[in-house]
Structure formats: structure tokens, C-alpha cells
Write a protein that binds this ligand. Structure first.
Ligand code: URA
Length: 209
């Protein structure tokens, strides 16, 4: 069963409030999303394995800890996922980054991948799928299916804001995927926007409308 973590660190929550504000302009929105992504990455990497090492300090030898060096892959879903990648990479600079772009064919309702480029060794990596908005769950669900089809075994999902509907879809289809969120909102409106949400994350990040 997926575990769902709402990251309630005060800095994340404070910045998320500013991100939601309709008066926050593109520049500030982008900077805040970047900062929240970094703070979320701090929480998401809490369980990275450590090993014991000895380090010579100027005084003596200290018994200390070092990351085992687990391989991580970041998978932003195009386009809004791009807005969170650099924030995460500030904390995990060695992470490889793959990209997934997909849309749903309006006739068949089947997901169509229009772009996918992944690190060659995704089956050895812990993957963090990144999408700011988990609305119906369709894109994240399809992206995770695509990754699993290509051998991914270890996946986490990271979103700024989720609707309960989206969370349920991922829990149902991918019980092995833990979900990390800034907030779970009330639901979806008739156009699939999260309520209260923050509007269209891609448009607000890139200044399109
Ligand atoms: N995608 C967005 O960018 N915003 C929503 O509210 C839902 C999906």
C-alpha cells in the first residue's frame, strides 16, 4: 500500500501559500516552486542509506557517516515538472534526469508518449517522478506505467498539490509507490483543476496563458 506523506514543514507550507496566491507573478512563482522542491527533496531523501566511515579531522580520526551512494533518477513530467527539477538537483546534484511527455488521445483515451528519454540504468535507480499537480492522476499514473514497462522498480512520486481523486488513482494502480505532497486539497472542478489549488502550474511557471 502506498504511503502518503504530506510534508508539513513550516517553510514548505509558508511558501506554498505564496505559490497559491493569484497575485504572485511568474518570477516569484518560479523561485518559490524551486525552493519548495528543494525543501521537499530534503524530506524525501530522509531514508537514504548511510554507511560508517572514518574521517581524519585536524584533531583525530572520527567515526562518521557517508551516503552509500544510492543511484537516483529524477523524472519530471513535461511540462510543469521541469519547474521542480533544479530545486531537487541542488540537494542531489549527481541525480540523472529523465523526461516523460505524454497526453491522452481524446478518441481512444489511451496515453500517448510524445517524448521519453531516460537514464539507461533506470532499473538500478531510485526514481522520483515529479509533477507539481496530482489532479485526476492520469499523467502521473501513465508516466509510472511507462517507467515500470521499461524496468523501473523503485519509484516515488513528488507533487506540490494533490486532489484526493489523484491520490486514490496512484494508490490503487501503484501500491508500491510512495507519494510525497505539499498539500492534499478538496477536489477537482469540472475542468479538472484542483480546488483550491494554484491554477495551471505550467502556465504560471512559464508565463503562458
Ligand atoms: N494541472 C494544473 O496545472 N493545475 C491543476 O489544478 C490541475 C492540473
Amino acid at each position: 500500500m502506498s504511503r502518503v506523506f504530506v510534508l508539513d514543514h513550516p517553510l514548505i507550507q509558508h511558501k506554498l501559500t505564496k505559490i497559491r496566491d493569484k497575485n504572485t507573478g511568474t518570477k516569484e512563482f518560479r523561485e518559490l516552486v524551486d525552493e519548495v522542491a528543494m525543501l521537499m527533496a530534503f524530506e524525501i531523501t530522509r531514508d537514504l542509506p548511510l554507511m560508517d566511515v572514518e574521517t581524519e579531522t585536524p584533531v583525530t580520526v572520527a567515526k562518521t557517516k557517508e551516503l552509500v551512494g544510492k543511484k537516483i533518477g529524477l523524472i519530471p513530467i513535461l511540462r510543469a515538472g521541469l519547474g521542480m527539477v533544479e530545486g531537487v538537483r541542488k540537494l542531489i546534484p549527481a541525480a540523472k534526469v529523465g523526461h516523460v511527455g505524454l497526453y491522452r488521445d481524446p478518441k481512444t483515451l489511451k496515453p500517448v508518449e510524445y517524448y521519453i528519454k531516460l537514464p539507461s540504468d533506470i532499473s538500478d535507480r531510485e526514481l522520483i517522478v515529479i509533477d507539481p499537480m496530482l489532479a485526476t492522476g492520469g499523467s502521473a499514473n501513465d508516466a509510472i506505467h511507462s517507467l515500470k514497462k521499461r524496468g523501473a522498480k523503485n519509484i516515488k512520486l513528488m507533487c506540490l498539490v494533490a486532489a484526493p481523486e489523484g491520490v486514490d488513482v496512484i494508490k490503487e494502480d501503484h501500491p508500491d509507490v510512495d507519494i510525497y505532497l505539499g498539500a492534499i486539497d478538496d477536489g477537482l472542478d469540472e475542468n479538472g483543476y484542483i480546488i483550491p489549488g494554484l491554477g495551471d502550474a505550467g502556465d504560471r511557471l512559464f508565463g503562458t496563458k
